[in-house]
Design a protein around this ligand. Sequence first.
Ligand code: MLT
Length: 206
Amino acid sequence: MTDLAEFGFHEIFIEGDQSAPVLLLLHGTGGDERDLLDLGKSVAPNASILSIRGKITENGMPRFFRRLAEGVFDQEDLAFRTNELAGFIAAAKKHYHLEDRPLYALGFSNGANIAASLLLRNPEALDGAILLRAMIPFEPEALPDLSSKRILLIAGLMDQIIPAEQSKRLAEIFEQSKAEIKFILKPAGHQLIQSDLQDIQKFLAE
Ligand code: MLT
């Protein structure tokens, strides 16, 4: 058994069907590992779920990496936390015997941003990702090879926290990196809406 405790994350693991993918749930700022459980279960009832809590706190609110201001990220911390998360995912796959199953991140806001950072920096950590209200975490110096990755990126036109331009740029980078990307820009704000659920279900069923 691999010792996951040394990573210091709070996590929840729910075993699903062995033939179904694994969903890695990554909450938004101020959330925790319980936040996206209902969403995960409703979009993929048979999937195994690994849900973790970000280790940074900002005024008591958990996050996955530090920021200097809203939308301005501490790049050094982001790089460190992204590598740390990639290490945790590799260890968790061994610990829970998930190596043969596809692993998709399902992230909202800050959780979607670190999932995007994983795809750009440590693409081997994920087989794909569902990114809800994500922005570009950094401009990569070199494009990763994402040719085997499936990505769903859903952005809100009226999102006050994530400007649509930022999500568009992220979609463009994924496209240039040869990912199989589906980008949906819809009349929504930062909060999730009912049609997000349907879009995710459709993506996972394809
Ligand atoms: C971030 O800090 O990751 C983004 O601004 C989204 C958020 O507020 O969590």
